[in-house]
Design a protein around this ligand. Structure first.
Ligand SMILES: Nc1nc2c(ncn2[C@@H]2O[C@H](COP(=O)(O)OP(=O)(O)OP(=O)(O)O)[C@@H](O)[C@H]2O)c(=O)[nH]1
Ligand SMILES: [Mg+2]
Length: 358
């Protein structure tokens, strides 16, 4: 791996970052968020020695109690002496472009503990999706050496599904008000949840939702098995053999299985938090024993590479002087009918490919 020489100020920052200075971490995050000169080199240097936090993602509808639950878990992890980073990812408001929610304030009581680092960030780019920058910030948290990184994202439709790519364990938080299990199924939450939590279990309807979810999970499992041929299309979450483990499965190792638990919590009183903590540990053990942890890390790495390549391609394309000219000159032709967006795009692509990538 090539060692890149950093700008002197970034080198100094890297040294303080490696020495575990929280101020340096905060600076490094700004460097990355603002995409300041040399930020990619900085990330390269910071990630050269791989380090992995135990990452847990929390997603669910607005107001489900995600932050309250994350706070409670953070306290529990601190009791085990783990250093914890919390990243709260807010959706970009289509109206103001700013962060909608002030999680930092709600988590204030944790902010004085030096073993806790809290960062709120607004997503940029696609609504609710995890921006490349967010993933880079999470990588920085790993590199800094936190034992735990907790990521909170607001589920606002399909877009929360990206949390699977960023976390080892995904906790989906639902509340009695958030609708029934069918809705959860439709929203794709069954596919991403490693653990379901029904929070606000002090409210009516919680038991019902728990029952529905358990039933839906069982049905889904039944459906999945019915369609699964012996060696293909096996749900990765389940890694390996169907429950019945018939003789058709010879040749396939009988790996451990994960049954998605449905837990109940009352986040603000701490009820159920211990059970959640245990479920998270069990899932961790499962990830390690099944080999799924490695698989998820590799999938995440592939995604990160794609992100970086795409960002660079975009930059190279739109910074290219020739391309700028072709675009500026060509648009009038589209309006007049001499060109179409496709013919102009094709000229631009030829221009880029002919000139290499610089
Ligand atoms: N009754 C009840 N209220 C709760 C529970 N957990 C959280 N709350 C309250 O629900 C409100 C929202 O809690 P948050 O933790 O901010 O929820 P969130 O999911 O992080 O919200 P956003 O980040 O805004 O989407 C707060 O007023 C909490 O005190 C619970 O178990 N029962
Ligand atoms: Mg929140």
């Amino acid at each position: 791996m090539s060692t890149i020489e950093l700008k002197p100020e970034n080198q100094a920052l890297l040294e303080r970052f490696r020495a575990g200075k929280k101020v340096a971490l905060a600076r490094a995050i700004s460097l990355v968020e603002d995409e300041r000169p040399g930020f990619q080199d900085f990330l390269h240097a910071a990630l050269e020695t791989p380090r992995f936090s135990k990452r847990i993602g929390f997603t669910g509808p607005p107001g489900a109690g995600k932050s309250t639950l994350v706070s409670a878990l953070t306290r529990a992890f601190r009791d085990q002496d783990d250093e914890v980073a919390v990243v709260a990812v807010d959706p970009t408001s289509p109206y103001s472009g700013g962060a909608l929610l002030g999680d930092r304030i709600r988590m204030n009581d944790l902010a004085t503990d030096p073993g806790i680092f809290i960062r709120s960030m607004a997503t940029r780019g696609s609504l609710g999706g995890l921006a490349t920058t967010t993933k880079e910030v999470l990588d920085l948290m790993d590199a800094f050496g936190f034992q735990r990184v907790l990521v909170e994202t607001v589920g606002v439709g399909q877009t929360e599904l990206e949390i699977t790519g960023a976390a080892d364990t995904v906790v989906v938080i639902l509340v009695p008000e958030s609708g029934d299990a069918i809705q959860a199924m439709k929203a794709g939450l069954m596919e991403i949840a490693d653990i379901f939590v029904v929070n606000k279990s002090d409210r009516p309807g919680a038991d019902r939702l728990v029952k529905d979810l358990r039933l839906a999970l069982h049905l889904r499992e039944g459906e999945a098995l019915k369609d699964v041929p012996a060696h293909h299309g096996v749900d990765l979450k389940r890694m390996g053999v169907p429950e019945s483990g018939t003789s058709q499965d010879e040749g396939q190792s009988k790996g451990p299985e994960w049954e998605i638990p449905v837990l109940q919590t009352v986040a603000h009183s701490g009820e159920g938090v211990q059970e959640l903590l245990e479920a998270v540990s069990r899932h961790r053990a499962f990830l390690e024993e099944s080999g799924l942890l490695l698989e998820r890390r590799e999938a995440r790495a592939a995604g990160r590479v794609r992100d970086v390549v795409e960002r660079e391609l975009r930059r190279v394309a739109w910074d290219h002087a020739g391309v700028k000219g072709t675009l500026a000159e060509g648009v009038a032709g589209i309006v007049s009918g001499a060109e179409t967006p496709y013919s102009l795009a094709s000229s631009i692509l030829s221009e880029l490919l002919d000139s290499g990538t610089k």
